[in-house]
Design a protein around this ligand. Sequence first.
Ligand SMILES: Cc1cc2nc3c(=O)[nH]c(=O)nc-3n(C[C@H](O)[C@H](O)[C@H](O)COP(=O)(O)O)c2cc1C
Length: 172
Amino acid sequence: MRTRVLVFHPDLQSSTVNKALAQEARKNPELDVIGMYAKYPDFNIDVKAEQEALEQVDRIVLQFPVYWYSVPPLLKKWFDDVLAYGWAYGSQGTALHGKELLIAAGFGAGEEAYQGDSGYTAEQLFAPLHQTSNFIGTTWLDPFVMYGTTGIEQQRLEDYVSAYVRILSDIK
Ligand SMILES: Cc1cc2nc3c(=O)[nH]c(=O)nc-3n(C[C@H](O)[C@H](O)[C@H](O)COP(=O)(O)O)c2cc1C
């Protein structure tokens, strides 16, 4: 299974969690791990190149820190630009049909903030992403969700990193 991991972190060098995940994922030669903010610092996404790269893979991973209960702005622009009519949707737009889509996202706040009693759950917050996946015909995988990423302790970080790499490598 060929996997393309798109990492959307505005400052990956200063990141703790997304940097650790990306570094470990890069050790697996079957994974293409792309730092999208480094590739497109001016937000001018090469749509054709990105589409062609996605056509070659079986699984797409969108990895990002949750910002304001949503995705960082370059990921929003990636949806707007890359998931184009006639390619990702529309009667001729079947390029991504049947590919797997995995969301890998970190919340700074702890899991208790997303239990649903005083707000929304991660599943509810990711509804637009899930609906997008349905719309473009990808298979929605159970999101890989991390909580308490702000000031995370080393052991929990290592646990997340090894769980992530296991999922990406298909070792159950
Ligand atoms: C602009 C901004 C908005 C954020 N919004 C949220 C939020 O809505 N919910 C939350 O739990 N954490 C929020 N955070 C915390 C980030 O999710 C957290 O810093 C990130 O997951 C840590 O990952 P990193 O080490 O890769 O940067 C926000 C952080 C920033 C900078």
